[in-house]
Each structure stands twice: as structure tokens, then as C-alpha cells.
Design a binder for this molecule. Sequence first.
Ligand code: DGL
Length: 287
Amino acid sequence: MTLPAGGSAPAGASAPIGLFDSGVGGLSVWREIVRQLPSESTIYLADRAHVPYGNREAEEIRHFSVHITERLVEAGCKAVVVACNTASAVALHSLRRRFPGLPILGLEPAVKPAVALTRSGVVGVMATPATFQGELYRATVGRHAVDVRVVEQVCIGLAELVESGALDDPASDAELQRFLEPMLAAGADTIVLGCTHYPFVIEAIRRLVGPGLQVVDPAPAVARHLGQLLQREGLALPSGQGRHRFFTTGDPACFDRAAARLVSVQSASQPLAWRRSSGGELLLPMV
Ligand code: DGL
């Protein structure tokens, strides 16, 4: 199988936008892109064979991200959204180096808007361990969190909870409460959802923290940036109705159930497989 050279996608404005995440979390970004840019088509890839990314080594996440982006380029995508904070935190720079001609947008915890919103001077950030360790997060905090205290809350298990769909379970409220408590105790009045899975529990978070706290979901801003980026690159599709395709390296029926429940879409996802090789796992092409 021959892979295209990095960034050589012969893609025009009618080509789709590629998105990927470890699972269903990136659908929180997909939903916003479809809402703001209805004429754009998308290809969404959920790497459920490897979910969660958040507890993995950076090198491994970079490897998955590069292979997935190659497949999206091969499928003709005109731009790629890394709809995963974890993959963005550790792989965004490598992806941009590897695919220099391809517009690539990543997710970074929305520390900047949170700093503008806070009155108490304390901002809480919920994210995975790999996101907090990544260079992107450190740079974001260094740049924007001047004179503001940032309380980092690692939320191990929360992405899996969203994947499993056990959101109405009282045990999940108790789990959420455990993550929220240290940020509230430190005086945070603004909480950043630093993982694309977490907007799917935003209502539960709001209910638990009460009306005085602001909860920041970066998806609307990401969709806006994407629209501006496509305009700038001459890649925006002004009219029409977008088509949406879904792929998963996990069980398609399971992904489809989650997509229907979370974003009310009949995804009819197609399976994709990773194959072991001497150089690590290789993602087989989309058909
Ligand atoms: N949705 C992802 C993120 O934004 C990944 C969660 C995980 O797989 O650990 O960080």
C-alpha cells in the first residue's frame, strides 16, 4: 500500500473535513462544526480500539495520530481537526511538521477565555494526564494564566464513563463530584472542559456546581476558528448540505448507539482495523 506524501491532499472546497478522537468525545466538536458550517461534509474517525488515549505514552498517541491523519488525507480531506485534547497536546506539532500543506486545527484547554471570565482569580481545568503533561497545555497556561491560579484536575475514568453511556447512573454523579470538589475547594468560579468527552456531562456538572460557576466548552470557538481557517485558505464551501461519514476501529454498532444517544445522528459507521507490524500498528485504509 502506498501512502500519499505528507500534506499532498489534492482536495478542493467540496472535499470533506476530517476529524478524529479516541472515541465518541470528538462528536462534541463535530456537532458544533455541523451546526455552524452546515454545507461542509465530514469524515469522523473514532479510534475506539485504543480508547482511552489519556493514560498512554505520548509516543504511542503520536503514532496513532499520524496514521489516522494519513488515512484522512488519503480519503481526500481538505483539513483535519484533531478533535481530542490529548492527541492535540502531544501530537499537534508533529502532525503540522509531517503534513505541511494541510490545514490542521487542534484542541487546547480553553484557559484564555476562562481567564477572561473568572472573578475569583481561580480557574479549574479538567483533562487527562497526557493533556496536562503535553507541551501545548504548558504553553497555553504560560501565555494566558498571568495573575490567575490554575487548578488542574486529572479526571481518570471520565472519558470511559462517557464512552460506556452510564451517564444517568447515580455512581457517575458521585464520580463527577469527586473530580469537582478540589477545584471548588480552591475557590474556582470557572471550569474548563479540557477533554472533548466532557461536554457530554456538562449538564450534570452545572447541576452539581450550581448556577454561580461558569463551565467552558471550547467546541463553539473551535468551529468558528475552522470556518475562518477555511475562508482564509479558499477552502470554504458556501452552500449545500454536507454529507457525514463515520469510521471506527472499535465495534460499529456500539459507536452508532453512542452517536445516536449523544448527538442524535444515525452514523452507520464503517469498521477500520489496525494491524500489527514490526514498526508498530498500521491503520488499514478506508474503503
Ligand atoms: N477526548 C479526548 C480528549 O479530548 C481523549 C480522552 C481519552 O481517550 O482519554 O482528551
